[in-house]
Design a protein around this ligand. Sequence first.
Ligand SMILES: C[S@@+](CC[C@H](N)C(=O)[O-])C[C@H]1O[C@@H](n2cnc3c(N)ncnc32)[C@H](O)[C@@H]1O
Length: 304
Amino acid sequence: MNKKASGQAGKGEAVGIAASGRTRDIIRKHGFTFKKSLGQNFLIDQNVLDRIIEAAGLDETRGALEIGPGIGALTERLAQAAGKVAAVEIDRRLIPILQDVLSPYENVSVVQADVLKTDLHELWEQKFAGCEKVSVVANLPYYVTTPIIMKLLEENLPVEHIVVMVQKEVAERMAASPGGKEYGSLSIAVQYYCEPQIVCKVPSGAFIPAPNVDSAVIKLTRRDKPPVEVRSAELFFKIVQTSFAQRRKTISNNLTALSGKERKAELADLLRGCGVEPERRAETLSLTEFASVTEALANAGMIN
Ligand SMILES: C[S@@+](CC[C@H](N)C(=O)[O-])C[C@H]1O[C@@H](n2cnc3c(N)ncnc32)[C@H](O)[C@@H]1O
């Protein structure tokens, strides 16, 4: 197995395709049929697998949690690179195929479950005892990308990196800076907990069946502490969500939902005090500005 990354793509560039017939052979052997409703687009490209494994930075002291192993193309590579691997797959039909494909590896355990209904803290304790660090590495089912990412971020799991394949536009939203249309509450949530880096863009031909959208691999490195100080993450995200409630409205108009119309003038003064003109839109505010606004509104008793 070639472990060396062969694609030369730099940050965010498209990676070259090197399709493998192995996935097709396994699918044929087991007579597997894809379920679109479960986001089943299997990765058949060796260059992309190389890039994911390289970005995850695994070794025998580290663990990897894979969400949605499919027929195990990435799982096999994780088993070779990490000390322990746990893979959570919702589709029961894939379990015997995974048992067959992964039979040479003693360090992999497959769990049949919906990851969104799984107690990940318990899974961590059961599957990763003795691992120094654990990363999440996956080609995510696109229909549930955001709920999975938010679960991983909000549950405060001891994750080192999250290296995931997602729809290209979603990767761009996660990594976006203030001022553009991609920047929104997902960017802020991701950047509050992690440092994002787009590893490579991936064309639809890297999968079978080919999805209708382009994809990208993104690496999220968990921060030791958030880049801004707020009295409570819950209040901070309440301000962010409310500020983006209607993107075309000004921040002042959106935040009136919290302050009440009768305190609109006071709200405008508070925003100015934070260096934020009330006519600005949420998409122009940095994390630091959202943190200042959170503190000002909390001090004024406009949110609790
Ligand atoms: C995009 S495919 C990736 C398959 C494989 N890892 C690969 O790269 O070829 C997504 C996988 O996630 C599984 N899946 C979908 N929803 C899931 C959920 N809620 N929990 C766990 N697995 C899920 C699908 O059955 C499928 O195997």
